[in-house]
Ligand binder design. Structure first.
Ligand code: MIG
Length: 796
């Protein structure tokens, strides 16, 4: 395709390589992030995922050595040979990633000829991918490689040996391991070989495929049906650094409003308004915290977006105000499909201004979704996004607190959109093949910007479809799962891989969307949901009730217990989200993110870390009342329930009756806690609790806590507080020192006292500054409070 190297020239951080048949380029973004590019389909080069790229290449050298072009950065050496074959080495000269030189040789699919037609009639498909891809990169496989990422694909954590497709797909069948495409397309994966990890981000919005050693175990590959060769190599060597690099390119999730981390209750549908009020009252009556209620499609007038059904909601503004007074934020669904209906303003405006995608001859394209015949706003067009953004005000003025974008793959009832449906794409014509995977991305972007303009607060948007980079605008859920144990089990690797793919703020429909939930399944799912950033219970229209109290008193109490635990942990989750805004590290983490040296963590699908300090090993099998837990090596772990300490690097059996979800806290953790409230903002939080788990001898436990007003963008102007805490046991353990310091004071309504919980410590005296402090001991906990965080000595 490229031929022999003819020469090169360097332009700042870019090296253009001239080959016999076409040019290619290498761009040094940072010493660890390299872009490889060749135009195949067009010269045009606009990324949908990477905005405002910050280039910081450091020192770069380029030489011609033995017929190769050798580029060196401060971290990597890249050797380019004829045919644009690329080999990448670390600074010490270890080969990290080599292009595969052989030809692609898919494994043989036996069964051909006569039997085929009959087999196809029974539904057995033969999938041939031969020559469909215009762009393709093959990399040499290594036996010791593990693969992660690719968004929320089904199956297990490690993607080695599987094949996936990026083509946003709404398929309501139960999601199983053989699903190649899901609602989201995040063409990014991480490869790990012991201590060395790197990521590959294939920034191409066309239908693309990722084959991680399935078709041939000698190589792994990615490619697309059209578009350009355009991918980034993102070096680690830590997986953490790869995630950091990927979000450097595609962006991080901005800090959300605090209430969005509260419990959320959804249903298709809470209508009419009496039903919504009933649900709202039930949470308060039953003493189960809840912040958010959702309105699904039935609140609209004939599914016309930005309207209300006046029979079901005669005065939506009043209804939302009443709910607001009880502490509820209401989120409404908005689908992309605009009903074809003269006299309906959204349709009329869209038609008049040519805001809808068209057939190739320019006639507005019509398909069918909920409202019947509908048109698709041309979201890739900035003008259309402005219009859509302005429409958000219709909802926020009514009192809506957030917007839920569904069906934006885009879904269609009357067959898929034809390839040639035309989009304007900011002045550049593009067809559906190119725009499909970014349709939801641009819809959420418009929604985010609209809510921001209308309210000035941090927008809450939740979307089903997305592309790389959507995390800048929206939280996501994994779509229509079902109330199946299999789906609870699979939600863990899905969310862990989503987190590695830049999507921090995510969750699954707790309890399962389709099919009928059971009491036991709901409680086990709530136990997981309590730790996922988006904690939303949702179920489909024909399924049985699934609210936390929908089954029996026993499970209602269990659900209450875990939803309350969630509310205690709110400052901890908020701290992770705050850190994430600068480092891109997700809330739900694979164990290996912090324990890459411990290869026993590489394929643990049924445990996760919530931030760095909390390990959750939920029960995901019906009837299980105990499970094996692996505690990673390098830290000691404290059982949250019994406070028993375990060395890391071992398997242990934890008994877990239905009210127990196995939770372990890393030794040395300082976990910030809030008092449980019915909803965020019910009472101002004046006291911060710090739940302390002593570090192992010789180690220091430290933690930084962040506080702000929980809703505005003022924190970007410095209106926040930062508190740093350290805890250390003196050697030999005669006393414990706790140090607290306010590192940044920019938010006036700070805490007026600090409560410390010391686990597994029996003090003889506690001295803060010069004065002794009274304390209470109950069981293995010692509790005391001080007004200012300062130097505290705990004598044993
Ligand atoms: O075709 O709005 O995934 O959460 O409840 C179904 C109705 C359309 C699919 C979403 C689901 C939502 C449902 N929607």
């Amino acid at each position: 395709m490229f031929g022999e190297i003819r020469g090169y020239n360097r332009q700042a951080n870019k090296i253009i390589i001239e080959f016999e048949r076409r040019n290619a380029s290498i761009e040094i973004v940072t010493p660890s992030i390299i872009n490889f590019f060749a135009s195949i389909a067009s010269e045009r080069r606009v990324s949908k995922a990477v905005e405002n790229l910050r280039v910081d290449p450091g020192a770069v050298s380029v030489d011609r050595v033995d017929g190769k072009i050798v580029v060196k950065t401060e971290k990597l050496k890249i050797a380019v040979s004829d045919e644009f074959f690329v080999d990448i080495y670390d600074a010490a000269g270890n080969l990290l990633c080599a292009d595969y030189r052989g030809s692609a040789e898919p494994f043989v699919r036996r069964g051909s000829g006569e039997g085929l037609d009959v087999a196809a009639e029974e539904g057995h498909k033969l999938e041939l991918e031969k020559n469909r891809l215009k762009v393709r990169v093959l990399k040499k496989m290594d036996e010791e490689l593990f693969f992660y990422g690719l968004g929320d694909k089904t199956g297990h954590l490690n993607k080695k040996g599987y094949h996936y497709k990026m083509w946003n797909t709404d398929n309501p069948d139960p999601h199983v391991e053989s699903f190649e495409a899901m609602y989201k397309s995040i063409p990014f994966f991480i490869t790990l070989k012991k201590k060395q990890a790197f990521g590959l981000f294939f920034d191409n919005t066309f239908e693309s495929v990722f084959d991680l050693g399935k078709e041939n175990s000698n190589y792994y590959s990615f490619g697309a049906v059209d578009g350009n060769l355009n991918y980034y190599f993102i070096y680690g060597p830590a997986v953490k650094e790869v995630v950091n690099g990927y979000t450097y390119l595609t962006g991080t999730t901005p800090l959300p409003q605090l209430w969005t981390l509260g419990y959320q209750q959804c249903r298709w549908s809470y209508t009419p308004e009496e039903r919504l009020h009933e649900i709202a009252a039930a949470f308060r009556e039953k003493d189960i915290p809840c912040d958010v209620l959702y309105l699904d499609i039935d609140y609209m007038d004939g599914y016309r977006v930005f309207t209300w059904d006046k029979k079901k909601f005669p005065d939506p503004k009043k209804t939302l105000k009443e709910l607001k007074d009880q502490g509820y934020k209401v989120v409404t669904i908005i689908d992309p499909g605009v009903k074809k209906d003269r006299g309906y303003p959204i349709y009329d405006q869209g038609l008049k201004n040519r805001y809808f995608a068209t057939e190739k001859d320019g006639v507005p394209y019509v398909n069918r979704v909920w409202p019947g015949d509908s048109l698709y706003p041309d979201f890739p067009n900035g003008e259309v996004r402005k219009w859509w953004a302005a429409n958000q005000k219709i909802m926020t003025d009514t009192g809506v607190a957030g917007i839920w974008n569904d069906m934006n793959e885009p879904a269609s009832f009357n067959g898929p959109l034809p390839d040639d449906v035309a989009f304007n794409n900011d002045g550049v014509p593009a067809d559906h093949r190119e725009m499909h995977n970014v349709y939801g991305h641009y819809m959420s972007k418009a929604t985010y910007e609209g809510i921001k303009q209308a309210t000035g607060k941090r927008p809450f948007v939740i979307t089903r479809a997305c592309y790389a980079g959507t995390q800048k605008y929206s939280t996501v859920w994994t779509g229509d799962n079902q109330s199946l144990w299999e789906h609870l089990r699979m939600s863990l690797p899905m969310l862990m891989n989503l987190g590695l793919s830049g999507v921090t703020f995510c969750g699954t429909d707790v309890g399962g969307f389709g099919f009928d939930c059971t009491a036991e399944l709901l409680s086990r799912w709530v136990q997981v949901g309590a730790f996922t950033p988006l904690f939303r219970n949702h179920s489909s229209i024909f399924t049985r009730d699934q609210e936390p109290w929908a089954f029996d008193k026993e499970t209602e109490a269990i659900n209450r217990k875990y939803i309350k635990l969630r509310y205690k942990l709110l400052p901890y989750l908020y701290d992770i989200m705050h850190e994430e805004e600068s480092n891109g590290l997700p809330v739900i983490r694979l164990l290996l993110l912090h324990y890459q040296n411990d290869d026993k963590t590489y394929e643990i699908n049924d445990e996760f870390l919530c931030g760095e300090n909390i390990l959750v090993a939920p029960i995901v099998e019906q009837g299980d009342k105990a499970r094996m837990v692996y505690l990673p090596e390098g830290d000691a772990w404290i059982d949250y329930w019994t406070k028993q300490t375990f060395e890391g690097g071992q398997y242990t059996i934890k008994e877990a009756p239905l009210d127990i979800c196995p939770i372990y806290i890393k030794a040395g953790s300082i976990v910030p806690l809030y008092p449980v409230q019915n909803y965020v903002g019910e009472n101002p939080v004046k006291q911060l609790t710090l739940d302390i788990y002593l570090p192992e001898k010789g180690k220091i436990g430290s933690y930084v806590h962040y506080q702000d007003d929980g809703e505005s963008f003022d924190y970007r102007k410095g209106a926040y507080n930062l508190y740093a805490f350290d805890v250390q046991a003196d050697e030999p353990a005669k006393r414990i020192r706790i140090k607290g310091e306010k590192k940044h004071a920019g938010y006036g309504k700070g805490y007026t006292s600090f409560k410390f919980i010391l686990n597994n410590v029996e003090p003889s005296a506690i001295i803060a500054g010069e004065t002794s402090v009274s304390f209470e001991v109950s069981g293995n906990r010692t509790v005391f409070s001080v007004q200012e965080p300062g130097d505290i000595i705990v004598r044993l």
